[in-house]
Write a protein that binds this ligand. Structure first.
Ligand code: SAH
Length: 224
């Protein structure tokens, strides 16, 4: 199911031509992203709205960009890849995201799954992300200011979990809150990190190691 962002929001682009966006989509395809629903959502989601004005002109480059508090908006390739991996075994209904950040990945997910539950530990980032969801009229996003390493037990279990900050080891809580056949997409490691996909099966958990990545660390506790 695709919940397209309304036209009105897309027309306010101004600085970014359709061609700039098409170039980004082409680049993602060249790198192996093949899920057309994911590519379509990335094509139409206004990434510049997730950045401060000083950074907005770089929104359609395939790079990670700073969003304050020493955090970054993930590179479009990484967002596309992780989303594609999350959806690879079929549609997802309830998805938990760890690390809302700017809310860009949240907005992409919100257009591809039924409900998104997103947890962020830094309050001011969460507040900005909340405003962006409102502006884009993405009403199926639910946010929590908390340590996402604990998951979001009251709203679980989830048939998808996607983390955008890297723990050294996968927190037990996240595995526990995964529904049967649920998929967890998560960067794991310290100096050297790898993207992992964990599927909950009848027997336990199956882990697939996908590729090297570079995320900010998952940190304990919250910041007001
Ligand atoms: N998906 C975001 C990526 C932001 S960077 C985007 O595209 O903008 C990772 C985010 O994870 C940061 O905002 C950071 O504050 C948050 N984070 C780190 N550890 C966390 C934790 N334990 N619980 C919740 N959020 C966490």
């Amino acid at each position: 199911m695709t919940r397209a962002v309304s036209r009105v929001d897309l027309n306010g682009i101004g600085m970014t031509s359709q061609r700039t966006r098409e170039r980004l989509i082409q680049r993602l395809m060249d790198q192996g992203v093949s899920n057309m629903a994911v590519l379509d959502v990335i094509r139409t989601t206004p990434r510049h709205l997730f950045l401060d004005e000083a950074m907005a002109h770089r929104a359609y480059e395939d790079v990670a960009l700073p969003i304050g508090f020493q955090q970054t908006l993930s590179q479009p390739y990484v967002v596309a890849r992780m989303t594609e991996l999350l959806l690879a075994a079929g549609p997802r209904c309830r998805v938990l995201e760890i690390g809302t950040g700017s809310g860009y990945q949240t907005a992409v997910l919100a257009q591809l799954v039924e409900e998104v539950y997103s947890v962020e530990r830094i309050r001011p980032l969460q507040q900005k992300a909340r405003q962006r969801m409102r502006k884009l009229k993405l009403r199926n996003v639910h946010m929590n200011h908390a340590d996402g390493g604990m998951g979001w037990e009251e709203r679980g279990p989830f048939d998808g979990i996607l983390a955008t900050a890297a723990p050294e080891r996968i927190p037990e809580e996240l595995l526990r809150q995964l529904a049967p056949q649920g998929r967890l997409v998560i960067p794991v490691g310290g100096d050297s990190q790898h993207l992992q996909v964990v599927t909950r099966t009848a027997e336990g958990y199956e882990t697939e190691i996908v590729e090297a990545v570079n995320f900010v660390p998952l940190r304990p506790g919250t910041v007001r």
